[in-house]
Each structure stands twice: as structure tokens, then as C-alpha cells.
Design a binder for this molecule. Structure first.
Ligand code: PEP
Ligand code: MN
Length: 367
């Protein structure tokens, strides 16, 4: 594995930087086994090892702490110079930083829950000042790009110059298919605001399961991410934490070789188009969701109209609505004819739905 500074070094390469390793170090044997397997994969530049685990609720496996750091230091010391593994750990307190420094750990990351707390990030940045450590900053669980940027800025201001961001998805309640929603527009905004900053994607914590990992990783590559952080365990099903999402080293190797990498300058335009189309897709989804919300209100209005014996089509309301929407649309730079036609269609659909409801009520009443 090559020498630091890792993220700077990777910038001039045309391949993703892969950080892989177990969610948690669980035993010396597991650490040695996974290290050996990952050192055999040339794309893996750094082995991630969870040593202090931020569990949402107390009582679960919370990591082996300094014991694991000692095994990591020993594993490094016993390797030949050119095969020496480089390790990264999550740090959440200045004491953790002191411990990783004592044991010669090469890099650290700030976890999602810590990024959410600017006081703690500031303390970590101070503890890391002058150490020359490579630092990865995961996004906070909420989709607030400023909080993420703020944590990165605190590290940069402390003089750390090998810093990368890690996108691990966002913890939202309406989250069905993923453990954490990717909300790609957030790292895209980070890239726009901090263009020189390397961004890695952590598909493992986004997915929460194995199956989506290749497509999430490919998406990250297509969007121009600089690398991946993938949880890897010799026997994922036996893992003490995050068993569902970890890959074996062989599965990781398959994932990496299956990635389609875009390398030429001419494909930059294609990449930009993908970013823009992603934004169009998200805007359209929002449009559809709002249309459904609107129709739901339209149905509630039909109930009120039917109870008070009002006609469905109320010309005065329609005229007022249209002129209000046209004025608002002008303020947004939208063309009158387009907005008029759009609202005529939306209104016609509302009238159709309300009339159908009235008709149904009428025939139910007649029976
Ligand atoms: C982890 O990387 O094991 C971890 C706890 O991740 P996150 O901070 O993204 O939840
Ligand atoms: Mn994990």
C-alpha cells in the first residue's frame, strides 16, 4: 500500500480509491484474515476498522477499543515493508485521536453522528492539528450540506491538508428501500461548493444490505466520485455489527472489477449531463408527489361541496386561481401560455375527479 498523503496522491490517478474493511474489528484472527485478503487487492489503499462503535442504543457490541489498535499495530509491524497495510479508524473524541496516534494508525474518519456536532468536530480537528493524518469526514445523518461542509472546513482550518468527504446516505423516516437514502444531490452540491475535495461513497451504509452495492457503487463512479468505502468481512453473516451489508473480500473484488470507469475528458460532458438529468428526475418526482397531494385536497373539497350542495365547477374561484398562478409564474420567469395550459389541465383533472365522486355519491344515494 502506498505512502501518504493518500487523497492528494489519488487525485492524479484514473481509478477509484477503495477503502475496505470490517465494520468492527472483532478478534485478532478476523483482523489478520481480512488484512491479508485486502492487501491482495491492489485497488484497496486503506483498510477501515471500526474500533469504537457508535451504537444508537446501549447494550450492543461497542467495539474492542485499544485492544484492536494493538492488534493493528502488531499486524503492521509484522508485514514486509512493501506489503504493510494502512489502517483507518473512526474517531469520535480527542482521546480516540490520541490512541490512534499512539498505535501508528494511518488515517481516521469522523462518523456521521459526530459530524452532526460542530463542538465535537472542532475538538477532533484540534486534536488532529499537526499530525499529518489523512481524514475522512462522513456526512451527518441529516441532509444538511452546510453541516457536512462545516465539519470539513474545521479540519482544513486546523491545517489538515489530506481531507476527503464520505457520502454514507441520509437517515430519513420514509426510507423503505435503503438504510440511508442516497440523496445524490447533496454530495453533488458539496462537489459544486468544494470542487477540489475528494469524495468517496460508502454504499454499505447507504444500502444496509448487499444486493444494491454494485449499482450504488456504479452510480458513484458515474457521478465522478473519487472512490468507495466498502465494509468487508471474512464471514459477513457472522459479523457482530452490520452483518447484512458486509461483503467478503472476494465479493468486493468482483464489485471492483465490475465497475465501468469513465476516464476520458470527452466523457466529462456525459458526466455533467448525468448530474443535470439526476436533478431533472428529482424535480419531476417532486412534481408528481405534489400533484398527488393536490388531488388529495381536491377530493376533500368534493366532500365539502357535496355536503353543502355546491356545484363542482366554481368559475369565480377558477378565474382567481388562474390569475394568481399566472402572476406567481411570471415572477419565476415561466411563460404565460405554458402555465395557463398546465393549470387548465390540472383544473380539468380536479373537476373530473370531483364530478366522478359526486356521481358515485348520487348513485349510492339512489340505491
Ligand atoms: C461505520 O462506518 O461503521 C459507521 C458507524 O458509519 P456511519 O458513521 O456512517 O453510520
Ligand atoms: Mn458499519
Amino acid at each position: 500500500m502506498n505512502s501518504m498523503p493518500l487523497f492528494e496522491w489519488n487525485k492524479c490517478r484514473h481509478e477509484p480509491l477503495v477503502v475496505a474493511g470490517p465494520c468492527s474489528v472483532e478478534s485478532r484472527a478476523q483482523l489478520v484474515e481480512v488484512t491479508g485478503a485486502l492487501c491482495a487487492l491492489p485497488q484497496v489503499r486503506l483498510i477501515r476498522c471500526g474500533v469504537w462503535k457508535p451504537r444508537s442504543r446501549p447494550g450492543g457490541f461497542e467495539g474492542l477499543g485499544e485492544q484492536a489498535l494493538r492488534w493493528m499495530a502488531e499486524t503492521k509491524a509484522s508485514a514486509a515493508d512493501d506489503k504493510r497495510p494502512r489502517y483507518a479508524c473512526e474517531v469520535a473524541t480527542p482521546e480516540h485521536v490520541e490512541a490512534v496516534l499512539r498505535h501508528g494508525i494511518d488515517a481516521v474518519w469522523i462518523g456521521a453522528r459526530t459530524t452532526a456536532n460542530p463542538f465535537m468536530v472542532q475538538e477532533l480537528a484540534e486534536a488532529l492539528r499537526g499530525t499529518g493524518m489523512s481524514v475522512m469526514v462522513k456526512n451527518a445523518p441529516s441532509p444538511d450540506v452546510r453541516l457536512w461542509m462545516g465539519a470539513i472546513e474545521r479540519c482544513l482550518k486546523a491545517g489538515l491538508d489530506d481531507v476527503a468527504a464520505v457520502h454514507r446516505g441520509f437517515d430519513l423516516f420514509h426510507n423503505a428501500s435503503f438504510r440511508n437514502l442516497p440523496l445524490w444531490e447533496v454530495p453533488i452540491e458539496l462537489r459544486r461548493s468544494m470542487p477540489g475535495l475528494p469524495i468517496l461513497c460508502d454504499p454499505s451504509h447507504i444500502a444496509g444490505s448487499r444486493e444494491p452495492l454494485p449499482s450504488l457503487s456504479q452510480m458513484a463512479m458515474d457521478l465522478g466520485f473519487d472512490g468507495l468505502m466498502v465494509e468487508t468481512h471474512p464471514r459477513p453473516d457472522e459479523a457482530l455489527t452490520d452483518a447484512d451489508q458486509q461483503l467478503t473480500p472476494a465479493q468486493l473484488s468482483g464489485l471492483i472489477s465490475g465497475l465501468l470507469l469513465r476516464q476520458t475528458d470527452t466523457e466529462k460532458a456525459d458526466q455533467e449531463l448525468r448530474l443535470l438529468r439526476l436533478q431533472i428526475d428529482q424535480a419531476d418526482q417532486e412534481l408528481l408527489r405534489l400533484l398527488a397531494v393536490r388531488l388529495d385536497v381536491v377530493r376533500q373539497i368534493a366532500e365539502v361541496k357535496s355536503q353543502s350542495n355546491w356545484a363542482v365547477f366554481q368559475p369565480k374561484r377558477w378565474e382567481a386561481l388562474l390569475s394568481n398562478r399566472l402572476e406567481a409564474a411570471r415572477g419565476l420567469g415561466l411563460c404565460d401560455d405554458f402555465v395557463k395550459e398546465l393549470f387548465e389541465k390540472i383544473h380539468a383533472e380536479s373537476v373530473r375527479v370531483q364530478e366522478a365522486m359526486m356521481e358515485e355519491k348520487k348513485s349510492a344515494g339512489a340505491q
